[in-house]
Design a protein around this ligand. Structure first.
Ligand code: AMP
Length: 280
């Protein structure tokens, strides 16, 4: 596995390779969710292709006062996981390598970013779009894999690729979960034992609402009421948002249908966890 830490290094690498290249952008502290994305990338690259993983804790996508400084960093373990997963290239720049001090250009999506996490985390998706654009330019992948756990991010990246004519296929990876249903996340490491015990309430609430819908309930208010009650039964949970939105526009819906997405962000202490469920 080749480890590249500079933008100049990516240019040399890209110039020297004609292989089909699939990128998995991450912020590190890799877990089995990331490993599943790498597996999908491996399959997408084919026998003769190559898989590139980027690990970059992107300061631009953390709002002031968020967890940028304390975001888990696990360089050696991450490198081991990538090697074991058969990654060909690990791109691991630092912030000074990625951003000029007087940088003045950003990439912004202005519709899908207005709801859900975009409302709670101003500037977050501008940071995401900007870094993803840079990674796409630096690593020139044919395809890139994003997880459905970050459903809004996936939708925004797809919109950006469409609107800005990136010739890159975006592949979606299903959410990988812990045995008790909690979506795997680097941020789960922050949870205390008690918070960790209660965190599966998020998934349980989304499933309960989905069941209610399967039983014939279509009122968003009623579905969300049930889900909210389920989450609030977890004493340490504080709901940031819990919404029913259209799965393509991400606009709130009052009636649930086959195009509905339930999405939640819930704090346990300082730790903000997200999850979502497509209602079909
Ligand atoms: P992160 O390192 O958290 O920025 O995530 C990097 C990529 O992995 C993003 O595309 C995420 O959506 C994806 N990802 C993270 N956790 C999971 C998970 N539990 N299941 C599926 N994809 C995930």
């Amino acid at each position: 596995m080749q480890v590249i830490e500079t933008t100049a290094g990516t240019r040399a690498f890209v110039r020297g390779s004609t292989k089909r290249r699939v990128l998995v952008p991450t912020m590190g502290a890799l877990h089995h969710g990331h490993a599943a994305l790498i597996q999908i990338a491996r399959e997408g690259a084919g026998e003769s292709g190559e898989v590139v993983v980027s690990i970059f804790v992107n300061p631009l996508q953390f709002e002031p006062g968020a967890d940028y400084e304390r975001y888990p960093r696990a360089e050696d373990a991450d490198e081991d996981l990538c090697r074991a997963a058969g990654v060909d290239v690990l791109f691991r720049p630092d912030a000074a390598e990625m951003y000029h001090e007087n940088r003045s250009v950003a990439v912004e999506e202005n519709s899908l970013s207005q709801t859900l996490c975009g409302r709670s985390r101003p500037g977050h998706f501008r940071g995401v779009c900007t870094v993803v654009t840079k990674l796409f330019h630096l690593l020139a992948p044919h395809a890139a894999v994003f997880g459905e756990k970050d459903y809004q991010q996936l939708a925004i990246v797809r919109r950006m690729v469409r609107d800005l004519d990136f010739d890159i296929e975006i592949m979606a990876a299903p959410t990988v979960r812990e045995p008790d249903g909690l979506a795997s996340s680097s941020r789960n490491l922050y949870l205390t034992a008690e918070q960790r015990e209660q965190a599966p309430a998020i998934r349980a609430a989304l499933l309960e609402a989905a069941q209610l819908m399967a039983d014939g309930e279509t009122s968003a208010a009623n579905l969300l009421h049930r889900a909210r009650q389920r989450i609030q039964a977890a004493r340490l949970a504080r709901i940031d948002y819990l919404e029913l939105v259209h799965s393509e526009t991400l606009q709130p819906q009052t009636t649930a249908g086959a195009n509905s997405l339930l999405a939640a962000a819930v704090f346990f202490g300082q730790t903000r966890l997200i999850d979502n469920l497509l209602l079909v």
